[in-house]
Design a protein around this ligand. Structure first.
Ligand SMILES: [Zn+2]
Length: 219
């Protein structure tokens, strides 16, 4: 069930995660198959969608979801905000995947050199305040920077990983829909850290049944 032509709506969380990571491996290797991007797929999806995962990621232009996971139309229900900060609109969009579309996997995707995390770090260190609503974004990342510091993690990548882990925790604390699905073993929420230079997505945290963690990935 993890092949390119799998019927995504029938995938359990572990199968969905395997399908996603298979695509990332193809992208990293420079051997993408560009599945589900043709006219036939487009036509077959017109009446209904059955994406196999919700991808909640940073808006960074280098994190184009279907490209870095080598997927196509109808595969991923994508929600993105700068720094993957969570507000009620993001929560509702994420819940739509498992509650309405039957997605059994939710992925939080952060990355190195994240501008939102850098801005929050600057705000903590130097008191800089960005203009307009960007300030609201930065304030939502700041608790992750402070948590990393409190844990003695000064490294930039450690701060990124902390923000990814806390975003997963935050989703499960705020969303009863998601927490119930995970508690019942019907869905999983996984935090992934993406490296811009080589395109690789690495597991930071996982809640729910995603099977054996790929040791190569669980760095
Ligand atoms: Zn970012």
């Amino acid at each position: 069930m993890t092949g390119i032509d799998a019927s995504p709506q029938q995938l359990d969380p572990a199968e969905a995660f395997a399908l996603l990571m298979d695509g990332n491996r193809r992208f990293v290797a420079g051997e993408p198959l560009h599945p589900n991007q043709d006219a036939e797929r487009r036509a077959s999806l017109a009446p209904v969608q059955h994406p196999f995962a919700v991808l909640f990621g940073c808006s960074d232009s280098r994190l184009a979801a279907e490209i870095i996971f080598d997927r196509g139309l109808g595969d991923l229900f994508v929600v993105r905000t700068a720094g993957h900060v969570v507000d009620s609109a993001a929560l509702g969009s994420i819940e739509y995947g498992p509650a309405v579309l039957g997605c059994r996997l939710v992925v939080v995707l952060g990355h190195d050199s994240c501008g939102a995390v850098a801005a929050a770090t600057d705000a903590v260190d130097r008191g800089t305040q960005p203009p307009g609503f960007i300030r609201d974004l930065v304030e939502r990342v700041t608790p992750s920077v402070l948590a990393a510091r409190a844990a003695g993690l000064a490294d930039g990548q450690d701060t990124i990983d902390t923000h990814i882990r806390l975003t997963v925790d935050h989703l499960l604390e705020r969303s009863r829909v998601l927490a119930d699905e995970v508690d019942a073993g019907r869905a999983a929420v996984v935090g992934l850290s993406y490296r811009l230079a080589d395109g690789r997505a690495r597991i930071v945290t996982a809640r729910g049944p995603i099977g054996e963690l790929d040791s190569e990935n669980a760095a």
